[in-house]
Ligand binder design. Structure first.
Ligand code: PRX
Length: 659
């Protein structure tokens, strides 16, 4: 087969598994570990990165070509300098002159099963109307708009309408509560917030507008609140409020696209870091879209007949990149699902795959683990034969779950792409790339980095370590999808990502490379938790606990969990005169749900007299983590040099007694 044919031949996937059980009936053709075509692309990218990334960028529609591919002033990168383009134009307008115009862009399925199909042309018109409405409200290029919506079509429409006029969107996950809105709106100084009267979650209504009303009392920048009717709740509409339908219904369905310089920000997405305040990760336009377009082609090999079902919430980066921008740029039909995987029954994803004929499923290990618990009978009762590719993202996937996904869902015929990336990286960095060439898969490893992406595993001093040894995952060269900076905080950007290891991006994950150079991700190396794949900072959680009037101090750690990967365990010291009780436990958890959101509620709360700390006052979370996970603690003195060992041992013993 010629190389060219092979790149785009979507049906040919050569497997060669490590696992004899899986590989038994597979195609006996053994593909080299790093395929020829991939190797060739990687060599090209290494020899002439500017040429390589230019070729990638040419897959987008540019109003004006760039003058310089990369302007790298460590650690700030500018990609495709002076190039002009528009994200919404690349997702919508370019399809209007093709046969995609009247094809489905979004098949939306509500939690109650209602289905709405929106064609590319309809999506174009709805985006343009809202863009015009924004303009009428005085929004200009560079202004920020906060979007706090459930998974309904108005969410991607709002994002694209911002992109159309050059406003910067800041989407807040609709599972977050008021404190998260306050922090994010105040940091971005958003002028508009778009929300809904309510959202559905497992049949219950989440009062989104009420949460926004509570939050904006503590903000000063919001001029207008646009409210989508979803649940038809009785809500109070104030002076600043306007119904979405009233804002758009008289607007023209054409709004010219703003010519954005490639490095103009497209969005801010807040994510948890290792301090109390979430970080506003800023992504640009040309570099980000180039990374997305090409990674999607290499990894998902999108084609005209695909029905793509990405189960992420758009409130997180997976939804931004691989629900909104990448699939729409490719003109794919995608399924947007409003609700939970197990509502009303633990079969919802399979039902959706069958009903809409999804060809690619992109989901999380947490969802798979929870489905696996219900056995094979449920997925086996659905016709999943439309699937051709299975993806996973957000957390390490256990090999057993990988195999279940491969055997039971993919019926041994769909490759699995285990994609590693982060909010900061913008797009996929490590994955098998069936769109280029299939290589040998190993359950639990994402395989290799994408062409142009150079990963190195290093030790504490930033020195490359031997294969097989655990170290820190770093990225050696700038890449187009990388964050531009942190919103209004270049210093924090520099410090967090570029000062741990000289000249490399520090991803904050532990990983190792095996003898075949395959990369295995071992989880976070910092104070960030992954609860059901959602990223939460321990210090952010601790601040939320301490904001309860009965709590004096808090230490948060995590415990391994069969379904969610990790769950939150909190150690709390009460204020003087307050006694612990079951009621207080519930009350504190309710407080956390109200301040951060239901995903942040603790699995277990321990009320303790003291927290183990170093003499300089640093909480020794790693020790607490070892205790709750029943791991050996080892020599404390080597862990924290300033600690008073005796005191800590006593405290740990006291805590241990409670567990
Ligand atoms: O720890 C890694 C984990 O998720 C982190 C990034 O989280 P977030 O910015 O919320 O983005 C998640 C969706 C891209 C990483 O630092 N992670 C992501 N993908 C994988 C993963 N861990 C293991 N395997 C993956 N495939």
């Amino acid at each position: 087969m010629s190389t060219k044919k092979r790149i785009y031949a979507k049906e040919i996937y050569h497997f060669h598994m490590n696992d004899p059980q899986i590989s038994k009936d597979r195609n006996p053709e053994v593909i080299s570990l790093e395929g020829i075509r991939i190797k060739q692309m990687k060599d090209e990218a290494q020899q002439d990165p500017n040429q390589f990334w230019s070729n990638c960028a040419r897959n987008l529609v540019w109003f004006k070509e760039w003058q310089q591919v990369l302007d790298w002033k460590y650690p700030f990168a500018k990609w495709f300098c002076e190039g002009k383009l528009n994200a919404a134009y690349n997702c919508l307008d370019k399809h209007l002159t093709t046969n995609k115009k009247n094809q489905a862009a979004i098949i939306w399925e509500g939690e109650d099963g209602e289905t709405v199909t929106i064609t590319y042309d309809q999506l174009f018109r709805r985006v343009n109307q809202l863009a015009n409405a924004f303009k009428k409200m005085g929004i200009k290029k560079g202004d920020r708009i906060t979007i706090y919506l459930p998974m309904i079509p108005e969410l991607p429409i709002s994002m694209l309408a911002c992109a159309r006029i050059g406003a910067i969107h800041s989407v807040i996950f609709s599972g977050f509560s008021s404190q998260s809105i306050i922090d994010r709106v105040n940091d971005a100084k958003s002028k508009i917030i778009i929300t809904a009267d309510g959202g559905y979650r497992r049949g219950k209504i989440v009062p989104l507008k009420r949460i926004v009303d509570d939050a904006i009392k503590h903000t000063s920048s919001i001029e207008k609140i646009i409210v989508v009717k979803r649940t038809h709740e009785n809500i109070i509409m104030g002076e600043k409020d306007i119904w979405y339908e009233n804002a758009v219904n008289r607007e023209s369905s054409f709004c010219p696209s703003e010519w954005m310089e490639s490095n103009d920000p497209l969005f801010i997405l807040y994510t948890s870091g290792t301090t109390g305040k979430p970080k506003g990760v800023v992504h640009g336009t040309g570099g980000y879209l180039t990374h997305l377009y090409n990674s999607a082609k290499w990894v998902f090999n999108f084609n005209a007949t695909d029905v793509f079902f990405c189960t992420a919430d758009i409130g997180w980066v997976t939804g931004h990149s691989y629900i909104v921008y990448a699939p729409l740029m490719h003109g794919v039909t995608e399924v947007l699902y409003e609700g939970a995987p197990d509502f009303p029954n633990p079969d919802r994803y399979w039902k959706i795959v069958e009903k809409h004929g999804a060809t690619i499923l992109y989901t999380t290990p947490t969802a798979l683990r929870s489905y696996m618990r219900y056995g094979n009978e449920i997925p086996n009762s659905y016709d999943l034969s439309s699937l051709r590719l299975l993806g996973t993202v957000g957390e390490p996937i256990n090999p057993e779950v990988w195999k279940w996904y491969f055997n039971v869902i993919g019926k041994n015929r769909c490759p699995i792409i285990d994609t590693w990336w982060q909010t900061e990286t913008g797009g996929i960095m490590i994955s098998m790339c069936p769109g280029i060439e299939s290589i040998k898969m190993k359950p639990g490893s994402g395989t290799l980095s994408l062409p142009g992406i150079e990963i190195e595993i290093v030790d504490d001093k930033g020195i490359k370590i031997e294969d097989g040894k655990k170290g820190y995952l770093t990225i050696k060269k700038p890449w187009p999808g990388m964050l531009i900076s942190l919103w209004n905080n270049n210093e924090r950007y520099k410090k967090t990502y570029w000062e741990r290891v000289d000249n490399s991006f520090f991803a904050g994950d532990f990983a190792y490379q095996d003898n075949d150079k395959y990369i295995w991700i071992l989880g976070r190396a910092d104070d960030i938790l992954k609860v059901a794949g959602h990223r939460l900072g321990t210090i952010e959680l601790e601040s939320a606990f301490v904001s309860h009037p009965s709590i004096a101090e808090a230490a948060v750690t995590s415990k391994s969990d069969e379904i969610k990967g990790e769950t939150i365990i909190a150690f709390l010291v009460l204020r003087k005169g307050i006694a612990s009780s079951q009621n207080l436990d519930t009350e504190v958890n309710e407080h956390i749900k109200r301040t951060i959101g239901p995903i942040a509620s603790a699995e277990k709360i321990y009320f303790v007299d003291k927290l183990p700390k170093t003499r300089s006052g640093k909480i020794m979370r790693r020790l607490l983590k070892s205790i709750v996970n029943k791991e050996t603690i080892g020599d404390i003195s080597t862990l924290e040099d300033e600690a008073s060992i005796e005191e800590i041992t006593q405290e740990l013993n006291a805590i241990n007694k409670q567990l």
